[in-house]
Write a protein that binds this ligand. Structure first.
Ligand code: ADP
Length: 496
């Protein structure tokens, strides 16, 4: 009999099938990294979104086979499920199609109310697939509100003797404020009652994410810093009192970076490849970036980069007044972002205000982002909150020194120049324009000290942000969860 740990990983999106945001990176990388550690049978399930279906037909890069066809209870009748299977590097992947997963719908609609029906369907159908296959997961690892219903369902229906009796559940928290408001309307139709009379505040008793947080055996935030912050009124999205009661079961594990993809030594988007011992070549990329964007050329001008979603979370609104207050100093800025039209406008106005210094590129441009990481001297990340954050890790790997607000994953990954001997960047207390401006001023000072700057770049490039590190932490947590669940099932088994 196999002693492999069986893990079912559930997510709304995953690379290489579909990626909308950071969750797609995590769901694409973490299961693979777990598999590479060995001793685990990890399987991924995602919805067979319309975009994946179209891609599978037009550019088939994997083969699909029908693995199960069944119905799940829905409203007064049932909903039809088609589960297809494929493999990515030997890891089984289940793509769940069926009545509630419309081929015309985007991965996420603006209205979570609509998405609630789709994702609850997916969450329950994916569990049922494992039952049909007779493959009992030791751990169900769900992520965010979309798949939280699976965790909640298991907490309700994991009775002695049932298929999932020994299964333990983990809910990954990538962005707490996305509670699934409106999506809870779907739950009763799938036999999931609201949790009235529970520890949850009344307003949260019918929302998918809080219900998942209530039912999960373990909650994992995507950085240790964020795991602490969500217990405070400032970052707890109204759930801090509830979460404090669950503090024993909350931990934080930093996301990893795909270090094969993000590698300045092999990155094909760059003018010049470089690594630690050829860092001087990096200057070619700065020159090329200035040239590409028609900025005055100069190696000595500190070049600030930014690569971000334009969302109030990211603190972009702090940037204009911070930059204005630094007008007495020489600097340039290349700002790449897309999202909120108000913030797009603010960035574009900044370019009009500083035509010799600022370039605002308001679009999603993966190739340009690589050239910014490789060409800018500093990467500015003024987030109001940051569950983990990838851009500071990418920047460090590319020898671009991060200047971030002291929150969440930024606090965990950036060691401040004035605070730590082994510093890798700059941290300022946020959210404040003045604090950002004075930290940038400080960074410009250090930039002129060539040895100090070189040290910052080197230490940043030497950081290990690989997924292997994160996967090891997850494996420890899974093993601990299984041990705890075994104690529960043994005692319940005896009572039975
Ligand atoms: P979040 O997931 O909250 O958006 P992260 O820092 O975790 O923030 O990840 C952002 C990822 O998206 C990074 O890989 C970053 O390079 C990329 N990114 C964000 N905005 C853009 C953009 N406008 N163009 C290209 N890449 C972007």
């Amino acid at each position: 009999m196999s002693t492999e740990l069986k893990i079912l990983f559930l997510a709304a999106e995953a690379e290489p099938f579909i990626k909308i945001g950071g969750l797609g990176d995590v769901a694409g990388s973490l299961p693979q990294a777990l598999k590479e550690l060995g001793g685990v049978d990890v399987r991924l399930a995602i919805p067979f979104h319309g975009a994946i279906q179209r891609h599978a037909i037009s550019q088939p890069s994997y083969t699909l086979s029908r693995t199960a066809t069944f119905e799940i209870p829905y409203q007064d009748g049932s909903a039809h499920v088609e589960a297809l299977a494929t493999e990515i590097n030997g890891m089984p992947v289940y793509l769940i199609a069926g009545d509630l997963i419309s081929a015309d719908a985007p991965v996420y609609t603006i209205d979570p109310g609509v998405d609630g029906y789709k994702f609850t369907f997916f969450s329950l159908a994916a569990l049922e697939v494992t039952r049909r296959l007779g493959w009992v997961p030791d751990v169900v690892h769900a992520n965010d509100w979309h798949t939280a219903p699976s965790v909640y369902a298991l907490s309700l229906y994991r009775k002695p003797g049932s298929f999932f009796f020994k299964t333990t559940t983990l809910l990954g928290l990538h962005n707490l404020p996305y509670l699934g408001i409106g999506a809870g309307l779907a739950l009763p139709g799938y036999g999931l009652p609201y949790a009235h009379d529970s520890m949850l505040p009344v307003w949260a008793q019918d929302l998918p994410l809080p219900l998942g947080l209530l039912g999960a055996d373990q909650i994992v935030a995507v950085s240790p810093g964020y795991a602490r912050e969500i217990l405070t009124p400032e970052f707890g999205a109204g759930l801090h009192v509830f979460l404090r009661k669950r503090a024993q079961t909350i931990t934080g594990i930093l996301n990893g970076l795909d270090t094969r993809y993000w590698n300045p030594a092999t990155d094909t988007e760059l003018s010049a490849n470089y690594q630690l011992d050829t860092l001087e070549r990096r200057g070619t990329n700065k020159f090329a970036l200035q040239h590409e964007l028609n900025l005055p050329l100069g190696p000595d001008l500190p070049l600030i980069g930014m690569v971000t979603r334009l969302d109030s979370q990211k603190g972009i609104d702090l940037l204009p007044s911070a930059l204005r207050s630094l007008i007495d100093l020489p600097w340039q800025a290349v700002l790449l972002g897309s999202g909120d039209p108000v913030l797009q406008d603010a960035l574009q106005r900044l370019e009009v205000e500083f035509p010799q210094r600022v370039r605002s590129i308001v679009r999603y441009d993966a190739a340009l982002s690589h050239r910014i990481y490789a060409g800018a001297d500093l990467l500015v990340i003024p987030s109001r909150y940051e569950p983990c954050g990838l851009t500071q890790m990418i920047a460090m790997r590319y020898g671009c020194v991060p200047v971030g607000s002291a929150v969440g994953g930024l606090l965990d990954t950036i060691l401040d120049y004035d605070d730590k001997i082994d510093s890798t960047g700059f941290l300022f207390p946020g959210p404040s324009s003045q604090a950002l401006a004075s930290k940038l001023r400080r960074a410009f000072d250090v930039f002129r000290d060539l040895d100090a700057w070189d040290g910052l770049q080197h230490r940043g490039m030497l950081q290990d942000f690989s997924w292997e590190q994160s996967a090891r932490h997850y494996l420890d947590v899974y093993r601990d969860m299984v041990t705890r669940r075994n104690l529960v099932t043994q005692s319940k088994g005896i009572k039975r």
